[in-house]
Design a protein around this ligand. Structure first.
Ligand SMILES: O=C[C@H](O)COP(=O)(O)O
Length: 254
């Protein structure tokens, strides 16, 4: 079901105390200031703080809990890893998969991501699946073929029912944490392309029903313009999600 979503990816930031203070501020500001719009807010703190942050999210509200990654296996001797079922048991509803930082620093490829997607879905989590090109790829004019391949190899093996649960995030790598945002036209162009690919792989209804978020230096100043594009259904926010005022302003941009 297509929804407007603003997701905050806290990455490897905050202590437990910082995380509790941050979510408390965000919840208060959002509850006081965001009244009308139907935007859903997903908060993705580091693994160890999921329970504590989850407890501070008001039940039945627009707030949902998400994780930043999961392991591909259900359980077993994988020291230091975290399964999708564990996340679900801690109250997580979403999990980010395929983030470019995971692909780049942890060598996560399409094959592994396919397994992680299956594991997340089997545990009842909704994946936020990330795609996006590097600056080199964009400059070589290969953005569309690159994203087409990421979608085909990583995501489109899912059944229609499984795909229904997926949110896609377009995150151009050159825009992540750089202060260099894609223009709203650049974002719209790629989002529309992603929707077209979904229609081809599944059908027009699936394409219309999929939420596609933009990520990459989105902030309180540019969110309104980005979210006004017809195929941009929200944002996956990094840096600005660590500042309660900025994150709230982004949520208010719908
Ligand atoms: O997951 C979030 C993205 O990587 C965007 O990060 P950023 O907003 O700090 O550029």
């Amino acid at each position: 079901m297509r929804k407007n979503i603003v997701a905050g990816n806290w990455k490897m930031n905050t202590t437990l105390q910082d995380a509790q203070a941050l979510i408390s501020e965000i919840v208060h500001m959002v509850q006081d200031e965001v009244t009308g719009s139907a935007v859903e807010v997903v908060v993705c703190p580091p693994f160890p703080f999921l329970t504590a942050v989850g407890k501070q999210l008001p039940e039945g509200s627009r707030f949902h809990l998400g994780a930043q990654n999961c392991h591909q296996k259900e359980s077993g001797a994988f020291t230091g890893e975290v399964s999708a079922r564990m996340l679900q048991s801690m109250g997580a509803e979403y999990v980010i998969l395929g983030h470019s930082e995971r692909r780049q620093y942890f060598q996560e490829d399409d094959e592994l991501l396919s397994q992680k997607l299956k594991a997340a879905l089997a545990a009842g989590l909704r994946p936020i699946f990330c795609v996006g090109e590097s600056l080199e790829t964009r400059e070589a004019d290969e953005t569309f073929s690159f994203i087409e391949k990421q979608l085909k190899d990583g995501l489109f093996h899912l059944s229609n029912e499984e795909f229904d649960q997926v949110v896609i995030a377009y995150e151009p790598i050159w825009a992540i944490g750089t202060g260099k945002t894609a223009t709203s036209a650049q974002a719209q162009e790629v989002h529309a392309f992603i929707r077209e690919q979904i229609a081809r792989a599944y059908d027009a209804e699936a394409a219309l029903n999929t939420s596609i978020l933009y990520g990459g230096s989105a902030n309180a100043q540019n969110a309104r313009e980005l979210f006004s594009q017809p195929d941009v259904d929200g944002g996956l926010i990094g840096g600005a999600s660590l500042k309660s005022r900025d994150f709230t302003e982004i949520i208010k941009s719908f």
